[in-house]
Design a protein around this ligand. Structure first.
Ligand code: 8GT
Length: 322
């Protein structure tokens, strides 16, 4: 459902910092009692004041809250989030250099948390995409429809994986079951060699048999009432609107792909939604979302500034097409 301009809450800008120690643990602070979301763990930071830049707000807040001097930062991501009657834009920076030892200057509890354990801490909804960005790949490689020249397909996939991609969707929509099983056997082995996570498009039975993840079409997504695979196997879906995003979140999917952001050569009939509409939908849910549609591996920074986990695509990710 779309909000009218009258009931859209004022968007409160918030700046927060990701501080890591020498062993890669991340600093979380616990919200003290008497504030909203009391008891939740969050990245240290606070509201950006009028006429203040997010970086300046971060410096001020981290001095007040932790007693440290922030010396250098890098943008990580910016998450728009509507939650109840509140709307925030959470600008998150990696704090790459600081002076002093963080202390809870406002009696708040602090915890240095190993990256892999961040999801064990209850955090506000806006922080969930940030945690995903700290833990999971920023690229989602979707294969073009494989031709019968399997050797060439696997050589190109090998080359793509050698560039560092770690999340792959095998999209073979026109293949019969028997040859698809043979192709999947080889694809599984290749992904294992590169330590990449594989998801197969649309085929629940094969995902189950081959112990790989599953990527649902938007139609399959809307027909489901429960997450279709064991929790250890990832399930993702293609989404084009808010209803689909909300359903994916309700089912507990690991991530989704939302687009098309821009016009694409592969789907010329699909009207692009643009970043503004993309971001408005992003604000209504908190699961990780890859942006897709006329985007390439180099668009991660832009995508992250709109609240995306990163970028998904076929053409720009595939050696002979990109
Ligand atoms: N610092 C920080 N704030 C966050 C995070 N995630 C998130 O949703 N927020 C929200 O962003 C706002 C941060 O402002 P704040 O820390 O200055 O809030 P506050 O309690 O002092 O203000 P308030 O008492 O007026 O609500 C809060 O509404 C908080 O719930 C996060 O990771 N770090």
């Amino acid at each position: 459902m779309r909000r009218s301009p009258l009931d859209t809450p004022r968007i409160v800008p918030v700046a927060a910092g990701v501080l890591t120690d020498a062993s890669g643990r991340v600093l979380l602070a616990r919200r003290t009692s008497g504030r909203d979301l009391a008891g939740a763990w969050e990245f240290p930071g606070g509201k950006v004041e009028r006429n203040e830049s997010p970086e300046a707000a971060l410096k001020r807040e981290l001095k007040e809250e932790l007693g440290i001097d922030v010396l250098a930062t890098e943008p990580l991501m910016s998450v728009p989030q509507h939650h109840g009657s509140k709307a925030i834009k959470l600008d998150v920076f990696r704090v790459t250099k600081y002076a002093g030892q963080p202390r809870g200057m406002e009696n708040q509890a602090l915890a240095w948390v190993p990256n892999g354990k961040l999801t064990s801490y209850p955090m506000p909804p806006a922080d969930l995409p940030v945690v995903a960005a700290l833990q999971k790949p920023a690229h989602y490689l979707i294969t073009p429809e494989p031709t019968t020249d399997t050797t060439r397909f696997l050589r190109e996939l090998d080359a793509a994986l050698s560039r560092g991609h770690r999340l792959v969707q095998l999209r073979a929509k026109t293949w019969q079951e028997k040859p698809l099983k043979a192709l999947l056997t080889l694809t599984v082995a290749l992904c294992k060699k590169h330590k990449a996570q594989l998801l197969i498009n649309g085929q629940l039975g094969l995902a189950h048999d081959f112990d790989v993840g599953l990527h649902l079409t938007s139609e399959q997504l809307m027909g489901l009432h429960a997450r279709p695979l064991a929790a250890r196997l990832p399930v993702s879906a293609s989404c084009h609107n808010l209803e689909q995003l909300k359903h994916a979140q309700a089912l507990g999917l690991d991530f989704v792909v939302l687009g098309s952001v821009n016009k694409t050569a592969s789907h010329p009939d699909v009207a692009p939604m643009g970043w503004k509409a993309w971001q408005e939908m992003r604000a209504e849910v908190s699961l990780p979302i890859f942006a897709i549609g006329g985007l390439g591996p180099d668009d991660v920074a832009t995508a992250r500034q709109h609240g995306a986990q990163g970028v998904a695509g076929i053409r720009a990710f595939w050696p002979s097409l990109g």
